[in-house]
Design a binder for this molecule. Structure first.
Ligand code: SF4
Length: 395
């Protein structure tokens, strides 16, 4: 594994709703290295997907990334902005959040790409799968043919192209080389008879095939970092295994880095080198796979691990984590540990402050919990049903 390709620091994302401000991502920091698969795991509602969308700059209104840095290693970009935006450059790393919007947009595809969890809703049902992948290839082809300044606004589609398309509406946007590349990509992700399947519509594909097609589309720009948001959730178990194997093979072939977002610890164990555990918008524990799986410290991580079956030592009953994730409404969060209302080890100290967490992204095993600083003291334990410990749940 190489140097860091992505360095995320203090990321905060808020949603401004009629009910109030929702703190979906709260001070999240992590690093991803060259050729690494980094896992982010947590329950639904823990902020994993919004973290992914924040990194690739795809958060929609009423949400907004309100703070933090997303450093991306790219020597050309660093050179281009070293003098213009010195605060946004550190060696070969560039803080993409400080770059103009057009430049950020131009990074989607060749720098960052994303696979979403539901392929059926991600494809346009009225266009063939091949056309949709070819479109992604075409956008990247045009972008590469133009200097960054031009493509930042138009993705290579200039006024001339617009005029020609207006005068000849039947003119195809897609070049033959893009269509041919789409077929190659379908072949690369294991779609049989790719030339024929490229002519089919999304409803003619099975769920697993469509997920493969979405991976092909994500690869169109040959990204440095691929963000996979629950890529196997909508699939049955045997297809899940095929898609995970495919992702692993592609990651090795292409030398990409992957950020794997999942609620499934089995996926993390199978795929990832290092992992961050998320709860209530925060990373509460992070480390190598070995650290987190073999010596978990945070009671939430321990709860997650305790709630999966162990085939070697089947317990009579699984141990679920009682309660639900909090609503994340700013007015209800406060300066306290957000897991306190569900935590079997909660003590008085846990309600007085947010546990400290080292955000420097070092390799060490880190935990956001008072138990990382002091041993459990039963005499200071909170009673079950103590009203003070409860925050509003997000049912
Ligand atoms: S800080 Fe306290 S309440 Fe929070 S996880 Fe640790 S022990 Fe539990």
């Amino acid at each position: 594994m190489g140097d860091e390709i992505l360095r995320v620091r203090g990321l905060k994302t808020r949603f401004f709703t009629d009910e109030g401000q929702i703190n979906a991502v709260e001070d999240v920091s992590f690093d991803v290295r060259d050729g690494e698969i980094y896992g982010i795991v947590g329950e639904s509602g823990s902020g994993k997907s919004v973290t992914a969308l924040s990194v690739v700059d795809l958060v929609d209104s009423p949400g907004r990334v309100t703070a933090g840095e997303v450093w991306y290693r790219n020597a050309d970009l660093a050179e281009e902005f070293r003098e213009k935006r010195p605060d946004a450059v550190d060696g070969d790393l560039v803080d993409v959040r400080q770059l103009p919007e057009g430049v950020r947009r131009s990074l989607r595809g060749p720098s960052f790409s994303m696979i979403f969890q539901d392929p059926m809703s991600s494809f346009n049902p009225s266009l063939t799968v091949g056309e949709q992948i070819a479109e992604a290839v075409e956008v990247q082809r045009r972008a590469r043919a133009n200097p960054r300044r031009t493509r930042s606004r138009t993705q290579g589609y200039g006024l001339g192209s617009l005029l020609v398309d207006s005068l000849i509406p039947s003119r195809s946007y897609l070049d033959e080389t893009s269509r041919a590349r789409a077929v190659e990509l379908l072949e690369q992700v294991g779609i049989p008879d790719p030339a024929e399947r490229a002519e089919e519509y999304p409803h003619q594909f099975s769920g697993g095939m469509l997920q493969r097609a979405m991976i092909a589309q994500a690869l169109a720009g040959e990204p440095d970092v691929l963000v996979a948001d629950e890529p196997t959730t909508a699939l049955d178990v045997t297809i899940q295994a095929q898609i995970l194997n495919l992702l692993r093979d592609l990651q090795e072939e292409e030398g990409m880095s992957v950020v794997m977002i999942t609620h499934d610890l089995g996926v993390i164990a199978r795929m990832c080198d290092r992992v961050g555990v998320m709860y209530a918008g925060e990373i509460v524990e992070r480390g190598t796979l070995e650290d987190v799986f073999e010596t978990p410290v945070h009671p939430y991580t321990r709860g997650l691990l305790g709630s999966i079956p162990d085939l070697a030592d089947p317990a009579p009953r699984l141990q679920p984590i009682e309660g639900n994730v909090p609503s994340l409404l700013d007015s209800e969060m406060g300066e306290r540990c957000y897991f306190a209302d569900r935590c079997p080890k909660a003590m008085e100290d846990c309600l007085r402050r947010i546990p400290e967490f080292d955000a420097d992204g070092s390799d060490e095993h880190r935990v956001r919990c008072v138990l990382a600083e002091q041993p459990y003291d039963e005499s200071r334990a909170l009673e079950e049903g103590d009203g003070e410990r409860e925050v509003t749940a997000n049912d």
